[in-house]
Design a protein around this ligand. Structure first.
Ligand code: ADP
Ligand code: MG
Length: 462
């Protein structure tokens, strides 16, 4: 058992007494596991779900490292959006109430430059901002990181989603090598691994909630005979559970296309993914599925390999795999932090042998269950939360994610919170936006300027 009291930590007395006045009586799990290491100067990667108190974990760490008498930038916190940066700055100010004359400055894109330049001339101890804008100020020589001792990447997964990878690398290049680096994230996709290898020094990884415990996946098996019954069962499950993200596995390309067409006809947000599609079509399908513009992907095992998404709400095996290992791999993609994944499988009488193989392999007694109540057929298909704008410009035109974000948020009508993943390819770029603002966002891109010129853009459908 770890001690959950803040007072056991070797932390500045003024920080401790302030925590008491804030009513922070005990540490949250991520704080209890990471703070001792952070206060000890170690690099840490912290993964815990939203609302678990990650800000205080790094906030207390950077405040404890701070020498307020030295009026230089000593901490830099990078966040994906202005809204998140504002929240972090607010929490840090709260935690710093016991320290006099501490200056926390937020520097975010979409905000006027003038006041930021003025504030930077006055100086600050702690900078909180979005990567694009921070890099902009760094490049213009307005920020000096020579005395930086703590670098924090907050919501690193979202920063990578929004295409800030290059900006992060460029910022880190200007930071002193001797520093403490802390990375926080709610999820742990593969790219986090590579960025942390470049930016952190021998970090300790702390995961508070396992996202991938196979025993938390609830498996359902349904007995269906014939094509028609299978299709009806699929429709019923999708309408009953209304998952936000689903992969439906088929065994052949032809079947994949047919199922996707059928679901599309019924009004589902769906696309097929198989080897007969052109590379560009496949790329678009994967981008739209990953950025939540499409909620159902009907795929073959081979095609699904390109899918870098491992927190699906549901996997439906329209056809069971012959190979139990493939089956386990398929269903292993479901389940988000803290919530159970849903895995549904159909089989007919003459496929019972496949079920027996899975049964044996997974050491679980499998029994067919009845389908959900057919009242669910009255539900509407789940509509994906986002829409994708395709822009006719990319790396070749020197377009960067920050340019797209800037065009969308300029003027202040749209905020970073309504903007999702941004993907910039060689000649094209894709940005996901909340469906309610899709038209307005498209207008902003079409009529605004990026890199000094206008780009053609359109909303793409599945
Ligand atoms: P995360 O970044 O992990 O999503 P936050 O850092 O935003 O979570 O914290 C969520 C909320 O919990 C904030 O309102 C914060 O003030 C509060 N909080 C953090 N740590 C504690 C604590 N030890 N005791 C009580 N409240 C806390
Ligand atoms: Mg946070």
């Amino acid at each position: 058992m770890s001690n959950l009291s803040f007072s056991a930590l070797s932390m500045d007395a003024s920080l401790l007494s302030n925590l008491e006045s804030l009513g922070y009586q005990s540490m949250t799990a991520i704080q209890a596991q990471s703070l001792p290491l952070i206060l000890d100067g170690k690099d840490v990667i912290g993964q815990a779900k939203t609302g678990s108190g990650k800000t205080a974990a790094f906030g207390l760490g950077l405040l404890n490292n701070l020498n307020v008498k030295r009026f230089r930038v000593q901490s830099l916190v990078l966040c994906p959006t202005r809204e998140l940066a504002d929240q972090v700055a607010q929490e840090i100010r709260k935690l710093a109430r016991g320290i006099h004359n501490i200056k926390v400055l937020t520097l975010c894109g979409g905000m006027p430059m003038g006041p930021q330049i003025g504030s930077l001339e006055h100086g600050a101890h702690i900078l909180v901002g979005t990567p694009g804008r921070i890099l902009d100020h760094l490049d213009k020589g307005r920020i000096n990181l020579n005395e930086l001792n703590t670098l924090v990447l907050d919501e690193a997964d979202r920063m990578l989603d929004m295409g800030f990878q290059d900006a992060l690398d460029a910022i880190v290049e200007q930071a002193p090598v001797e520093r403490q680096s802390l990375l926080f994230s709610a999820t742990f996709p593969k790219q986090i691994q590579s960025i942390s290898e470049r930016i952190l020094n021998n970090p300790t990884v702390i995961k508070v909630e396992a996202t991938h415990d196979h025993s938390t996946i609830k498996q359902h098996f349904y007995k269906v005979e014939g094509r028609e019954e299978r299709d009806e069962a699929l429709e019923l499950l999708l309408l009953h559970y209304r998952p936000e993200s689903t992969v439906v596995f088929c065994n052949t390309k032809k079947e994949t296309q047919e199922i996707a067409d059928g679901l599309n006809y019924l009004g589902f947000s769906v696309t097929a993914l198989h080897g007969d599609m052109e590379q560009r079509e496949r790329d678009q399908a994967l981008i739209q599925f990953a950025n939540k513009s499409i909620s159902i992907l009907v795929a073959t095992d081979v095609a699904a390999r390109g899918l870098d998404v491992d927190n699906l709400d549901a996997v439906i095996n329209y056809q069971l795999s012959r190979d139990p290992e493939v089956h386990v791999h398929r269903i292993g993609r479901t389940g988000r932090a803290g919530s159970k994944g849903l895995a549904c499988s159909f089989y007919s009488d003459n496929e019972s042998y496949k079920v027996a193989l899975i049964d044996e392999y997974m050491n679980q007694a499998i029994e067919a269950e009845p389908l959900p109540d057919s009242v669910a057929l009255q539900n509407k298909p789940y509509d994906s939360a986002m829409r994708t704008i395709q822009i006719d410009g990319g790396k070749k035109q020197k377009l960067r994610p920050g340019d797209i974000l800037g065009a969308l948020t300029s003027g202040g009508e749209l905020t970073g919170d309504s903007i999702g993943k941004i993907k910039v390819q060689a000649m094209r770029a894709y940005v996901a936006v909340e469906k309610g603002i899709a038209k307005k966002a498209l207008n902003k891109i079409q009529n605004g300027k990026m890199k000094g010129r206008q780009f053609r853009a359109r909303l793409i459908q599945q």
